[in-house]
Write a protein that binds this ligand. Sequence first.
Ligand SMILES: Cc1cc2nc3c(=O)[nH]c(=O)nc-3n(C[C@H](O)[C@H](O)[C@H](O)COP(=O)(O)OP(=O)(O)OC[C@H]3O[C@@H](n4cnc5c(N)ncnc54)[C@H](O)[C@@H]3O)c2cc1C
Length: 270
Amino acid sequence: MGGTGQIIKGFEKLMLEEDVAIIKGKEVKNLLTENKRVVGVVTSEDEEIKADNVVCNADPPGVYSKMLNNQKYNTLFNWKINRMEYSMGLFVYYFGTKKKYENVEHHTIKFGDKYKEHLDDIFVNKKLNNDISYYLHRPTATDSSMAPKDHDCFYVLVPVPNNKSGIDWSVEGENLKKLVIDKMEKSLLPNLRENIVDDFYLTPDYFENELNTKYGSGFSIQPKFSQSAYFRFHNKSEVYDGLYFVGAGTHPGAGVPGVLSSAKVLDKIL
Ligand SMILES: Cc1cc2nc3c(=O)[nH]c(=O)nc-3n(C[C@H](O)[C@H](O)[C@H](O)COP(=O)(O)OP(=O)(O)OC[C@H]3O[C@@H](n4cnc5c(N)ncnc54)[C@H](O)[C@@H]3O)c2cc1C
């Protein structure tokens, strides 16, 4: 109950019990280095915070390329970052309705007619396709506290190309929202448009600019064999002492169980 937000509240409670200081609303702009050791961070307000060890759950390729003052890595490591393939982008439309759609389950996956072509457009052709497949999430099916009385809340997730595509999301975001509402009205959520009371959406631009993932990918580097386990970004930095990673881009990989496991792995290493 309470969804993934409850996990965050749980972690915050645990950290405060353990006297961990939590700083919110600041961005780390750079990592401080001395030779090949990371010795702290610099925030967006130019505040330096020194540390014996820095554990980072931002996306590793972005950290290595943007937050270490463009330091040059050895040829093998540069090759690794550049040769990597990045996961798809996500268009996520969140909305609340003044109507309850009681017959819609907590999780629904709807496949388009041309599933393979859709995947090719995402990963190979890097273009949008009207014949979308999507995942519809209705947490109120399980937990009525997620929306006001007699209301429902949802998000619909549409896989899209990551930002290597060059798609202009300030234009295509609205088009995709309209398309996905049209599709849902004809199938799972009749009369949806007139029942929406609040909404917003995220595009790969949000993942790139707010979450700092490379190319706005939704799940960091692709989880293919040559980018898994040892071949993913390491939990202990391959380049710097004192720098450690958890999260989707590192071992074992994306998804909530994966990233929580990465923290458990790192707990042992440290
Ligand atoms: C719509 C959606 C549905 C999903 N559904 C599922 C699901 O059902 N099951 C599942 O297992 N997984 C799911 N996932 C995937 C899962 O949420 C992610 O794989 C996971 O959250 C990644 O965790 P992370 O810690 O690597 O990155 P994040 O959760 O993105 O955390 C990284 C944090 O670092 C912050 N950050 C980045 N750079 C800086 C900086 N310079 N300074 C300060 N802070 C910074 C970012 O703002 C962000 O808050 C879903 C993802 C999405 C988007």
